[in-house]
Design a protein around this ligand. Sequence first.
Ligand SMILES: NC(=O)c1ccc[n+]([C@@H]2O[C@H](COP(=O)([O-])OP(=O)(O)OC[C@H]3O[C@@H](n4cnc5c(N)ncnc54)[C@H](OP(=O)(O)O)[C@@H]3O)[C@@H](O)[C@H]2O)c1
Length: 253
Amino acid sequence: MPSTLLAKPNINNLLSSTAMALCSAFCPRISANFRPKPFSSSPSKPLLSLSFKVFSSQATDASSQDKFSGRVGFLGLGIMGSPMAQNLIKAGCDVIVWNRTKSKCDPLISLGAKYSSSPEEVAANCDVTFAMLADPESAIDVACGKNGAVSGMGPGKGYVDISTVDVATSKLINEHIKARGALFLEAPVSGSKKPAEDGQLIFLTAGDRSLYELVSPLLDILGKVFCLVSHNTQIFIGGILKPVIELVIASNS
Ligand SMILES: NC(=O)c1ccc[n+]([C@@H]2O[C@H](COP(=O)([O-])OP(=O)(O)OC[C@H]3O[C@@H](n4cnc5c(N)ncnc54)[C@H](OP(=O)(O)O)[C@@H]3O)[C@@H](O)[C@H]2O)c1
């Protein structure tokens, strides 16, 4: 299916302004006269060290057309996490789940998921592990706490935090994951319970490009569109780009 660029020409200036704001936020020494190039349907050129791309989930990237053949861990089975894990299972993924309240794992186990008794065990047994936790405290606890996912990470593995957390939390988790030689991607979602059930969430992603490419087929199952923010430098989203997603949705509705 052809790639559909979400950003229509009439919002290019708006997106460019947002890119400018982001450049200012992340690169405070940039001249006030600097103007990033508008978005185009061809792959974006780097804006200094920051590159933006806006993709549909059916992007022409070869990576997103491949199937993910590894094992997927899923931590956090609340309002959002449960339907997301369910969609992965229904799509045929090999999924291991964990939730603080174990009973929330049961419906997923009955659909074919396996269960591990700690985030550490999930991460140790999976190629990539998704975390959908309530807030920064729980995201840190599940990743970096006792029997946390970090303890089960290692080279060749990836951790995708899809919780909505602040920049400091993403940085902290990233550091712990990197210290184990693993890859990290932050991918907060825009949507709610119904889009989660329908596989219509929108992801903003930033972090390791190779992990992004690896999990693209999984993001395709969970969401209709997603935005790759930057993989040239370590950029932490921390909710900054959500207004952009909302603008893109509004412009396409
Ligand atoms: N709901 C939405 O419409 C929506 C939309 C976009 C983004 N988000 C974001 O998505 C994330 C999840 O939201 P949600 O609506 O699914 O929340 P939720 O229903 O409250 O679920 C939160 C999950 O976090 C777990 N948790 C909470 N504190 C924990 C702790 N200290 N240790 C371990 N696990 C803990 C809960 O486990 P238990 O089951 O044991 O309580 C549950 O699995 C949040 O970051 C939210 O901001 C939500």
